[in-house]
Design a protein around this ligand. Sequence first.
Ligand code: FCB
Length: 419
Amino acid sequence: MVYSGSGNSFPSDFLWGIATSAFQLEGAPNADWTSWDRTLTDKPRVTNHYELYREDLRLLKNLGVNSYRFSLEWSRIQPGEDIWDYEAIAHYQEIIDILIENNIEPMVTLHHFTHPLWFIKKAWHNDGSSEKFLSYTEKMVSTLRNVKYWITFNEPYVLILGGYLEGCMPPGIRDVSLAVKALKNILICHGRAYDIIHSHIPDAMVSVAHNMASFVPWKRWNPADRFLSRVAGYIYNRSLLDAFRTGILRLQFPLRKAMETHVPIKDKIDFFGVNYYTRMHLRFNPFKKMGVELRHRDIGGYGLTDMGWEIHPQGLERVLKRASRLNVPLIITENGIATRDVQKKIKFMKRHIDVVERCLKQGIDIRGYFYWSLIDNYEWLEGLDRGFGLYRVNFDTLERRPTNAAAYYSYLIKSRSSF
Ligand code: FCB
């Protein structure tokens, strides 16, 4: 870490970034989500970033960020099981080239929720699925130039929760044992992808982006609520950290037998990516699945976002402290707010970045912060109007318009960095 010496706590090589994902900006004709969610039927190209990428990359430049996290759309690159689309690969290489020309460090996500249709028919719980993902990984890592930072999987636990427990995301399964099998395959894939990436790029920095939340009991005096919030915190936040430390994945759902399995990922991370958005309140409710009721409540007075999520900046400190026990550098790979209220967005950003600064002062090794997101985009099950962008998008005219939050992020970067 190189300190700036300018009196502020951010190292001069701190990554000030923006995070996006391909499908949320571009859509993709051969991706599972295109047929899964009909919202996109009349807006299949979403913000049309696939064609307007040069214009959008200029927005990054204007913001003054020095890094950009984006994903490759696997279904564009491999539209059929044995078909590679070299134009799509060249397209992503061009994005990387433009970033490098502008001194913006690329961070590439290989998997951000979407799959090619041919893949999802077999999906993660089937034997052989890992080989498919790994051959895509090998192809990308051996072909794309000038990428040091790699995220193998964005939010593997959210993928399993949505795709295998709630069934609200592809492949739309609800089955605990298939969920465990799929998670194990994904983690094995991460471990092997880590080795593949390092075999081509010895000094690569590789991680997953893990969604972490702050969990609290609904009523502190209630032992059942306290127990549930501890269990949720362990499963959702910490079991993955432990798996990276020990190579053992241990899951214990309330009222069920604990499950332990070996996953070959011990120490297979060079930094740890944390996506943080909110805090959740848990209460015991015998009428709910596994006896758990989960709510967002505006307890701290910061309000709720347009996703209904509680704004809780202190939770970021809590999860960063927890993640720091891994003893690898941390990067906040996503943090942002759904709102059209620009003042609210500015306050959100400032409060969370203040927390990052406080953690740096306490000696936590944080190397970057990526704001979600550049422009308004497709927010999965919530559709097109959640307003996560620093730039607003008119989805009919495709016009991008800056909000004051964009100017504010630039100001924060300038005032706290010295790159
Ligand atoms: C995260 C996802 C990202 C985006 C934000 C709001 O969980 O990684 O794609 O939808 O939430």
